[in-house]
Design a binder for this molecule. Sequence first.
Ligand code: NAD
Length: 372
Amino acid sequence: MGVRTGAVENLVNLHPAFWRDRSVLVTGHTGFKGGWLVLWLHRLGAQVHGYALDPPTDPSLFEVAGVEAVLASETRADLADTEQLTATFRRVQPEVVFHLAAQPLVRASYADPLGTLVCNVLGTARVLEAARMCDALRALVLITTDKVYENREWRYPYREVDPLGGHDPYSASKAAAELVAASYRASFFTGPTGHPARVATARAGNVIGGGDWAVDRLAPDCVRAFVKQEPVELRFPHAVRPWQHVLEPLAGYLRLAERLLAPSGESLARAWNFGPDASGDATVGEVAETLARLWGAGARVGSAPSADHPHEAGLLRLDSTMARTVLDWQPRWSLALALAQTVAWYQAWMRGADMTAFSVAQIHAYETTGST
Ligand SMILES: NC(=O)c1ccc[n+]([C@@H]2O[C@H](COP(=O)([O-])OP(=O)(O)OC[C@H]3O[C@@H](n4cnc5c(N)ncnc54)[C@H](O)[C@@H]3O)[C@@H](O)[C@H]2O)c1
């Protein structure tokens, strides 16, 4: 396909020469963030392999943006299937693994706490087990969330050294995945006799972008309502959240992987925050109103919050100083631009555009526009 990047310098500090023909495994490649990551890795020239269950939604970014077509191979299997997982690592011999496969929803974790823990904690342990049997592996980036921190409902941004916690089962499962990762790193991926791969975890928050159809997420909820010309009902319209475009943390994961493989990469095998700056903070209501305005005719926001919802944590902001200073990563798109790109994506899909080309064009725009 004609979507790979040329020698053009990009502004996000990613290096096609690093990725060219490198074997990379993405778990969760049929999902929202995984699909975008596969498109980006392919554009950078990597040989991208996937491991996941079928797409979690219909429609899905995976189907709509033709993600399958850019994969070198894929395995459709559960993380619990140790045999398939190990066989995939053996066959693919990835040098870099991005682990995104998970049960990613807070509300679903109240409905199925045990399933969430099995998928997110044991699933991570199984990936680490398969990883330590894989000779080719040099970097493993495990994707968790900003919700891993013990939320003290204070306004200070959380740093990587702050205590882990988790009120709801999803948050606890991701905090536990962090502990599992730290234990494996210390036990099996450290020192002269340990496996040489560098194991890092990456924490980011609410992301928005085209191609998300998950239930109980704001942008997909808005799009579903706008398409039906119904008012979108908001659960917590006054709750302030940090927002960022999906490409922001993905740029951080890619940058982190590049740096982990550098000779000095051992010291980077640790936890990393990739959050927006404070200008990304906005209430749920403000974001929904902006999405409605950008969408145009027929889009509106309902007036009354719907009642009886399980606990949701208040504002939690990440301190991403370490990623900024050590990895040279920084948020690039303002909230206004992130929302505009999101609406543009869904509207392009609705008018039948080539969504592989459209998605790759958004990646290109992200790579080449300076911070806004
Ligand atoms: N989307 C967000 O706002 C957000 C925020 C913070 C962290 N995250 C994290 O990013 C990652 C990706 O999230 P997403 O929004 O793309 O989710 P998603 O639901 O769109 O995708 C999840 C992926 O995991 C796969 N999967 C789920 N259970 C599996 C299992 N048992 N075995 C194998 N594969 C399985 C699915 O098939 C899919 O490919 C997750 O780890 C999530 O916790 C997401």
